[in-house]
Structures are given as structure tokens and as C-alpha cells.
Design a protein around this ligand. Structure first.
Ligand SMILES: O=C(CO)[C@H](O)[C@H](O)COP(=O)(O)O
Length: 226
């Protein structure tokens, strides 16, 4: 048993929430112990699915959500949406480097808009993609499924990648959250935490459960044992 003493955060993905009751769902999952709202933006171009945009993020803020909103852009191009999401109340904005022509510029745009900046790597994308911009990162999100849909199965090769990413982050001397997204549930959570992740996106594992507080409580218990 290791004792990594990380500041673990659970980020319920509202991709699996009831969209007709999004404000209530966000409230409920935060009241149940979620730390931030993970907000999956899909454009039916970079990924083969379509979700929501800045207006919905703004609506959640107007509804009264004050917790951090972690905006994961699965869109191409990226830059046009950065200012709009910052104005809509995003806390983190992360994007896929393959979707931006000028990754360093996009990261700068996020920072100058007043948000925390991050990159997202697909299962097949190399960690080399962060090498020259690591000093601009507040978050690195490793996808443990191919992006576009909730409810997929965790790809086990992500564990080695997380270990490598953790070493890179520790060597950078920067405070960078290491987030994992896709197939995170009560079966996979402990192994991703042991591999170095500190921020856990979970959609179907939480929203498909009958009692959000119960599943988040079980997650916290597992994290306390890492
Ligand atoms: O970004 C995503 C898909 O592109 C989702 O956040 C992710 O897949 C979470 O869903 P689940 O926890 O159900 O796997």
C-alpha cells in the first residue's frame, strides 16, 4: 500500500447527466461530494458527437453553480471558443493539441482569458506533445477511452502512460493536475490513482448510480486507501 497523499479531486462528467435537468443534476452531484463539474464540449467534427457550448456553461453559472467548471474542448478549431468559455464562467479549459494549429498560442489565450489551461491527450497521442509547453500547463488530461462518448471501457495502457506523465509533471516543478477521463469507476479508480492521477472524471459511474453520494463516498474511501 502506497501513501501518496495527493489532493484528489472527483470531477463528475455531466455528459451522463439528465440534460433536461442539468442545473439540478450539477447541484446534486456537487452536494453528493463532487469537487468540480466536468463539461464535455463535442462539435461533431473533431469527435463524432454533439453536446453543448458556452451558453450552457453560462446557464449553469446563472443557475448558481459556483464550483469549478472543467471545460474539455473536443472541438476543432479551438481558439474561437476560448474567450466565449472564459466569459461563460469556465475555470479550466483543456483542448486536444491535434485540434489547434498553434498549441502554444491557444494555451496563452486561455491564460490571458483568466482560466487554467490544459492539454488533453488521446490514447494514441504521445506525451511528447506536452514537452515544449509544460511550463504553460495547469492540467494534463489523459483520455483512457477514445473521445466522443461516455460509458466506454477503460483502456489499460493508460496506466503506464499515467506513470510516465506523473514523472514528467513532478520533474517540471509546476503544479499541474493530472486528470484521467474515460471508464473511471469503482473497478478502475484505485489503479489510476496508484499510477499517479489526482483528478478523476467519472460520468456513467456516477450518473447511472441510484445514489450519487454513495458512489462518490465509495470513491473517496478507495482514494483514502491509496
Ligand atoms: O470525455 C468523455 C468522452 O469523450 C467523457 O468525459 C468520458 O468518457 C466520461 O464518461 P464515462 O465516465 O462514462 O466513461
Amino acid at each position: 500500500m502506497q501513501n501518496l497523499k495527493r489532493d484528489y479531486k472527483i470531477a463528475p462528467s455531466i455528459l451522463s447527466a439528465d440534460f433536461a435537468r442539468l442545473g439540478e443534476e450539477a447541484d446534486a452531484v456537487l452536494a453528493a461530494g463532487g469537487d468540480m463539474i466536468h463539461f464535455d464540449v463535442m462539435d461533431n467534427h473533431y469527435v463524432p458527437n454533439l453536446t453543448f457550448g458556452p451558453m450552457v456553461c453560462k446557464a449553469l453559472r446563472q443557475y448558481g453553480i459556483t464550483a469549478p467548471i472543467d471545460v474539455h474542448l473536443m472541438v476543432e478549431p479551438v481558439d474561437d471558443l476560448i474567450e466565449q468559455f472564459a466569459e461563460a464562467g469556465a475555470s479550466y479549459i483543456t483542448f486536444h493539441p491535434e485540434a489547434s494549429r498553434h498549441v502554444d498560442r491557444s494555451l496563452q489565450l486561455i491564460e490571458s482569458a483568466g482560466c487554467k489551461a490544459g492539454l488533453v491527450l488521446n490514447p494514441a497521442s504521445s506525451l511528447d506533445l506536452i514537452k515544449h509547453v509544460v511550463q504553460r500547463l495547469d492540467m494534463l488530461l489523459l483520455m483512457s477511452v477514445n473521445p466522443g462518448f461516455g460509458g466506454q471501457k477503460f483502456i489499460p495502457a493508460t496506466l503506464d502512460k499515467l506513470r510516465e506523465a506523473r514523472a514528467l509533471i513532478d520533474a517540471s516543478g509546476r503544479d499541474i493536475r493530472l486528470e484521467v477521463d474515460g471508464g473511471v469507476n469503482l473497478e478502475t479508480l484505485k489503479s489510476v490513482a496508484e499510477a499517479g492521477a489526482d483528478t478523476f472524471v467519472a460520468g456513467s459511474a456516477i450518473f447511472n448510480a441510484p445514489d450519487y453520494a454513495d458512489v462518490i463516498g465509495q470513491m473517496r474511501q478507495q482514494l483514502a486507501e491509496v
